[in-house]
Design a protein around this ligand. Structure first.
Ligand code: PLP
Length: 364
C-alpha cells in the first residue's frame, strides 16, 4: 500500500525533485572521474564543483579536506578507525548512532535526562565523537560548550552532523570542530553519498579500504558521480529547507507534542535546543513495534526510532541513556517530519494515536 502520511524523514527524507531531475539529466554518459578523456574530465569537474559547494554552503575552513564516501556510517567509521590507529583514545556519548557507538570506544560519556552531554565527563585527551542532533529524540547539543570543553582538555572533536543539515542552521566555521560527517539522503539528496570533512592538521585520516587512489587515496573505489551531483543540488536547497522547518514544521511538531503529551511521554523536551521536526513519544503499555505496524496498516509511516535498525528492534539505548525506565523506552516511537508535512496530517495521526491508546487501555 502507499502511505498517505510519511513521518519518517529522519530515516530518509523525500529526495528533492530538482535532485532527481538533475541526476536524470546527466544522462547515460560514462562518467568515471579517473579517466583522462572528455567524459572523465566532465566527471572530475562535477565532483570538484560539488566539493567546492560543500565547502561554501557549510562554511568549511579552507585547509580542511572533504572526502566523498558512500554513507555516513562509512565516514564515521573512517574517522574513528583513523583515531584508533593513531593511538588516540575514543570517547562518545551513550546515545550516539551505532556507526559511532560500535567503534572501539575507551569510555562512554553520560547524558542528562534531556539528552545533553555531561561536560564534566569530558576530562582527558583523545577523540570525542559527539552528534550535533540526535536522530531519535531530536535533541541538539549545546555545541559551543561541548567544543570549548573538548578543546580545553586538548581533545579532538568529530561531529556527526547527519541529522542537523537541512533542519537547523549549520556552519563548520561557527562550530569550530576538527571533523564532521554529513549524509545526502537526510536532507533531500540521494542515498549512497556522504562526506567526511576534517582538519588534516588535527587528525591523520587513513583509508578503510585499499585500492585505487580516488579521493586522494582516502576512499578508493570509483566515485558515485551521479549521487555526488545530487548531493550538490540538495545542498543548494538546505537554506530554504531550514527556513521551512522553522516557519512551517516547528509549529506542527509543537502541536503534535501538546496533543500526544495528554497520554504519552515526550522525550528530550527539557533540552535547550532541539530539531524542529522530531518527536520521540512513548505510548504507555504499547510496544513501539506494535504501534509502528498498526500505524503502517493505517497508511502512516513512523519508526520505532533508531532502536529499529534493519527492521529489527534493538535495545532502546538512547532513551535508557537519558535515564528512562525500560518499559517507557520500549514503547517510544519516533515521529520525524519533512518540509511538506501538514497540520491536517498531524491531526489525523493524533486521532489514530489516541484511538490505539484507548483501545489498549480498555483491553487491559
Ligand atoms: N549518524 C546519524 C546521526 C544518523 O541518523 C544516521 C542514519 O540514520 C547515520 C549516522 C548513518 O547514516 P547513513 O545511512 O548515511 O549511513
Amino acid at each position: 500500500m502507499t502511505h498517505n502520511i510519511y513521518f519518517d524523514h529522519n530515516a530518509t527524507t523525500i529526495a528533492s525533485p530538482n535532485v532527481i531531475s538533475g541526476m536524470f539529466n546527466l544522462g547515460v554518459e560514462p562518467l568515471n572521474p579517473s579517466s583522462i578523456h572528455l567524459y572523465g574530465r566532465k566527471a572530475r569537474s562535477i565532483i570538484e564543483s560539488v566539493r567546492a559547494k560543500v565547502a561554501d554552503v557549510l562554511s568549511v575552513p579552507r585547509h580542511f579536506r572533504i572526502i566523498f564516501t558512500g554513507t555516513a556510517t562509512e565516514a564515521n567509521n573512517i574517522i574513528l578507525t583513523s583515531a584508533k590507529r593513531a593511538g588516540m583514545r575514543i570517547f562518545t556519548p551513550k546515545s550516539e548512532h551505532p556507526s559511532v557507538l560500535k567503534a572501539d570506544v575507551s569510555r562512554h560519556i553520560s547524558v542528562n535526562e534531556s539528552g545533553e552531554v555531561l561536560l564534566g565527563e569530558i576530562s582527558e585527551e583523545g577523540l570525542y565523537s559527539i552528534m550535533l542532533a540526535n536522530n531519535e529524540t531530536g535533541v541538539v547539543q549545546a555545541i559551543d560548550e561541548v567544543v570549548e570543553k573538548v578543546k580545553s582538555v586538548n581533545g579532538i572533536i568529530h561531529i556527526d552532523a547527519v541529522q542537523a543539515i537541512g533542519k537547523i542552521k549549520f556552519s563548520c566555521s561557527d562550530i569550530g570542530a576538527h571533523a564532521y560527517t554529513i549524509s545526502g539522503h537526510k536532507f533531500g539528496g540521494p542515498q549512497g553519498v556522504a562526506c567526511l570533512i576534517y582538519d588534516p592538521d588535527a587528525i591523520a585520516v587513513k583509508p578503510l579500504l585499499f585500492g585505487g587512489g580516488q579521493e586522494k587515496g582516502m576512499r578508493p573505489g570509483t566515485e558515485n558521480v551521479r549521487a555526488i551531483y545530487g548531493l550538490g543540488v540538495a545542498l543548494e536547497e538546505v537554506q530554504s529547507r531550514v527556513e521551512v522547518m522553522e516557519r512551517n514544521i516547528l509549529p506542527i511538531r509543537d502541536f503534535l507534542e501538546v496533543e500526544l503529551a495528554k497520554d504519552g511521554i515526550i522525550f528530550g523536551k527539557g533540552a535547550r535546543h532541539r530539531l524542529p521536526n522530531t518527536t520521540s513519544v512513548s505510548m504507555p503499555g504499547v510496544r513501539s513495534e506494535i504501534q509502528v505496524i498498526h500505524f503502517d496498516s493505517q497508511g502512516i509511516a513512523v519508526s520505532a526510532g533508531a532502536a529499529c535498525s534493519a527492521g529489527r528492534v534493538d535495545y532502546p539505548h538512547v532513551h535508557m541513556a537519558m535515564g528512562s525506565n525500560y518499559d517507557d523506552a520500549i514503547c517510544a516511537i519516533r515521529i520525524s517530519l519533512g518540509i511538506d508535512n501538514t497540520i491536517d496530517e498531524a491531526r489525523t495521526f493524533i486521532d489514530h494515536w489516541h484511538k490505539l491508546y484507548n483501545q489498549h487501555k480498555n483491553n487491559s
